[in-house]
Design a protein around this ligand. Structure first.
Ligand code: PMP
Length: 289
């Protein structure tokens, strides 16, 4: 069994300084614990270079702004904190988790403007998100929950509260032998997986849901650009679940998932085809370039 995440050797950056891994703690009366006032980033470092570090730092700052939780660090300072953590732990290839949250302070209720916004940066060595099954094509369940409307919650933020239904949906998926779940949105259109965006292929063209109502992943944006540069037509549009029948290939994109081929969603089947393989290889080359 692997050690619990709070029981490891190493260093974690917390509020401006490096602390020993096991000492990186917060008090139980932390606002975020009770009200989900927390935003985060997941990033990967390849051969000593963090992929799109600046984009992730800017997204964290934007997520904080969207939650009325201004992050007290600049993108330069956040980038530097990540580098410091990688150096301190001696990692060249790692996953990074940056988290900012509303801490403990004079307020312990819904309103918390007087409580400090805190930040931590952690890193650990981490392999393929879906394990060895990656090249067989992941099997996805269809989540019973729907991605919420942007009028109900700031859907563009990478915020902890948005993951409540992701955890529940992923647990349900795993109980059925699937590795992830696909969400529809509140209007019934195809949205995203629990921690990754989705792409489809039909007649050599690429189709992906318009990311105006869920996280517009940095990997998603990278892949769209990569495909367009190669001359592919990429349609960002509303996709109905009935259309899944007509798609030949499917893959997920995300910092953790990278490019993960999908073999099955519910009763719909896809091949791990030529375009999927090419995209996965090109992405692997790009992140290490
Ligand atoms: N959607 C969700 C819900 C996610 O958690 C992630 C992972 N951050 C993504 C999409 C993909 O985002 P990115 O490519 O920026 O990692």
């Amino acid at each position: 069994m692997t050690a619990a995440y709070d029981d490891r050797d190493g260093w974690i950056w917390m509020d401006g300084e490096l602390v020993a891994w096991r000492e990186a703690k917060v008090h139980i009366l932390t606002h975020a614990m009770h009200y989900a006032s927390s935003v985060f980033e997941g990033e990967r470092c390849y051969n000593g270079k963090i992929f799109k570090s600046r984009e992730h730092s800017l997204r964290l700052i934007e997520s904080g702004r969207l939650l009325d939780m201004p992050i007290p660090y600049t993108a330069d300072q956040i980038d530097a904190a990540k580098e410091e953590v990688l150096r301190a732990n001696g990692f060249e290839n790692a996953y990074l988790r940056v988290v900012a949250w509303r801490g403990s302070g004079p307020d312990m209720g819904v309103s918390a403007a007087r409580n400090p916004v805190r930040m931590a940066v952690c890193a650990w060595e981490w392999g393929s998100y879906y394990g060895d099954a990656k090249w067989q094509g992941a099997k996805l369940d269809v989540a019973k929950w729907k991605r919420p409307s942007p009028e109900t919650i700031p859907t563009a933020a990478k915020a902890a509260g948005l993951y409540m239904i992701c955890t529940m949906s992923k647990h349900a998926a795993e109980a059925k032998g699937c590795s992830d779940a696909l969400f529809m949105d509140w209007e019934g259109y195809v949205a995203e997986a629990t921690g990754a965006n989705i792409f489809f292929v039909k007649d050599g063209e690429i189709h992906t849901p318009l990311a105006d109502r869920f996280l517009n992943g940095i990997t998603r944006q990278t892949i769209i650009q990569m495909l367009r540069d190669k001359g592919y037509t990429v349609h960002e549009r509303r996709i109905l679940p009935e259309e899944l029948e007509g798609f030949s290939e499917c893959w997920l994109t995300g910092t953790a998932a990278e490019v993960t081929p999908v073999g099955q969603i519910g009763d719909w089947h896809f091949q791990v085809g030529r375009i999927t393989r090419q995209v996965a290889e090109d992405y692997e080359a790009l992140v290490r370039a």
